[in-house]
Write a protein that binds this ligand. Structure first.
Ligand SMILES: [Zn+2]
Length: 518
């Protein structure tokens, strides 16, 4: 006998033996006297299956169920130490219940892992001198599918090497047709239960490329930019973005800043370029007392921090207004500046503010970091994009009630408190992702009723086309647009239909995918 245990000589053989005999499938009928150990010669210490078989046949009627769905690791990646941890814990539980004679099943699977996988795939494309913008979404999806299929064996083999007693006959990939069908059905159910809504969320947007980018794709560059000190009624505030001021909903100060405490929750009257307006002064910890004058303007649709601020204080603030549209021009909200591009608008606004003596000073050497498009180098605009949300409160309330009434037992001292804390703080769930690698939302928009829907697509001669669907339909058929579709951006007021298939010949399907599976 070897001095040391050589796992490589034994474990693969043992696992194969378990698999050959379908040992982890609760539907399997074991026969008394079946002896697994004899077949593979793995020694006297192998699982005493015959004993289990006898126990099974005796207790079958009274067997209770024990089920764990394995948290599926990413199909495209090798496992890490955290996976080994959960496999060890879940395997111990599953084997314990199997030995008790429970009807035990541990369902394994792998996750398509939308954002991460598409990001990794795009890095691979980049090495080949290509990018996602060269492909329509269907082609890109197919390419990523093939790539994931090539790699998905690694994680599965590693789970097996860990000895996981999972029922591989029940294996699921999160893009399997039955999983997709369940996701689409669940989405319809959520809509029917009025738990679904569409609302704006800020995203990184390149107005030149006409595309949303993930945080990972924004290139941050440190540089020097002018910081403008503007008169806002009795206050002076500092901003690098005077051209977005038409979308202000408040000004904010730090609650402890004694200079401004008398203004808390008061309204100030401000002289503006399109006439006077009023804003509330709201105290909030996010304001840096050292930045500028310690007063900042809040422009929710054009700054990530401001949008979060608005969500925190929305009860006492007006609705946000869109100042810059998705083509990078100022909207009607900006009055006489409507139609100007951002840079031109900024120059004009500064000139007019100076003429009205509303600029206190300009710091030309303000150090800041700006986000640029990794593809074209253009400045990234934070812009609102309508996305789907699941209302969480009606769901968490039911869980909290079940906890209160003792229908759910949380194991481990104090962990029920952590669960309650988490449930109480949970915000509505944003389930839209602006990527192709995932399950496409079964949401359809009428192109005849809503000609302002923005489209990017690759035409038959492989040229990229962008614009409003109403204009594009003058030169292209909807069939061609649909076949080459890359992205679609339907304004917030657009009505939609939920259906797994097209509800009519004039409809186009949403290009966003689910952040999840059910
Ligand atoms: Zn760009």
């Amino acid at each position: 006998m070897d001095k040391q245990y050589q796992h490589s000589e034994h474990e693969a053989k043992i696992y194969q033996l378990w698999q050959d005999h379908n040992c982890f499938n609760p539907d399997r009928e074991l026969t008394a006297g079946e002896n697994l150990s004899a077949n593979a010669g793995v020694g006297a210490n192998a699982t005493p299956t015959s004993t289990i078989a006898t126990h099974y046949s005796q207790t079958k009627k009274s067997r209770s169920a024990f089920t764990i769905i394995m948290p599926p690791p990413n199909a495209n990646d090798p496992l890490h130490i955290g996976h080994a941890m959960f496999v060890a814990l879940e395997d111990a539980l599953v084997r314990y219940h199997r030995m008790l004679g429970d009807d035990t099943v541990w369902i394994p699977g792998t996750d398509h892992a939308g954002i991460e996988t598409q990001f990794v795939f795009e890095k691979k494309l980049k090495k080949l001198g290509q990018s996602r913008f060269q492909f329509d979404r269907e082609t890109l999806f197919k390419m990523i599918w093939d790539y994931v299929q090539e790699n998905s064996g690694v994680a599965i083999d590693q789970i097996k090497q860990l000895g996981a007693s999972a029922d591989w006959s029940r294996f699921k990939f999160t893009l399997d047709p039955d999983v997709v069908a369940t996701v689409l059905e669940t989405f319809s159910k959520l809509a029917a239960a009025k738990l679904l809504y569409r609302d704006n969320k800020l995203i990184n947007y390149c107005t030149r490329c006409g595309t949303a980018f993930s945080n990972l794709e924004v290139v941050h560059q440190d540089g020097v930019a002018p910081l403008y000190y503007l008169k806002y009624g009795p206050l002076t505030l500092a901003t690098t973005r005077p051209e977005t001021k038409f979308g202000d909903v408040a000004v904010a100060v730090h609650p402890d800043d004694v200079r401004y405490q008398k203004y808390h929750h008061q309204e100030i009257e401000v002289v503006g370029l399109n006439g006077n307006f009023k804003l509330k002064v709201i105290p909030d910890n996010f304001v840096d007392k050292e930045f500028g004058t310690g007063v900042v303007k809040i422009t929710p649709y054009h700054d990530f921090n401001d949008f979060e601020f608005w969500r925190r204080h929305r009860a006492e603030l007006p609705q946000p207004k869109l100042v810059i549209d998705h083509s990078g021009r100022l909207t009607a909200v900006a009055g006489k500046y409507a139609g100007l591009k951002v840079a031109a608008a900024r120059n004009q606004v500064i000139a007019d503010l100076q003429a009205k003596d509303l600029i206190v000073k300009i710091n030309q050497n303000y150090q800041n970091s700006v986000g640029n498009c990794y593809r074209c180098g253009h400045a990234i605009e934070p812009l609102p994009l309508p996305q789907f949300y699941v209302k969480v409160k009606p769901l968490t309330e039911r869980v909290l009630t079940a906890l209160d009434e003792g229908h759910i037992t949380v194991v481990g001292a104090g962990h029920d408190k952590i669960l309650r804390h988490w449930l109480n703080r949970l915000e509505d769930w944003n389930i839209s992702r602006q990527i192709v690698w995932g399950i496409r939302l079964p949401v359809w928009y009428s192109t005849t009723k809503y000609p302002d829907i923005l489209i990017n697509f690759i035409d038959k001669s492989s040229q990229k086309q962008s614009g409003k669907i109403g204009d594009l339909l003058k030169n292209f058929t909807l069939e061609e647009i649909s076949a080459g579709l890359q992205t679609l951006n339907a304004p917030i007021e657009t009505e939609y239909q939920i259906s797994p298939t097209s509800p009519g010949p004039e409809f186009l399907q949403e290009t966003d995918t689910f952040d999840t599976w059910f």
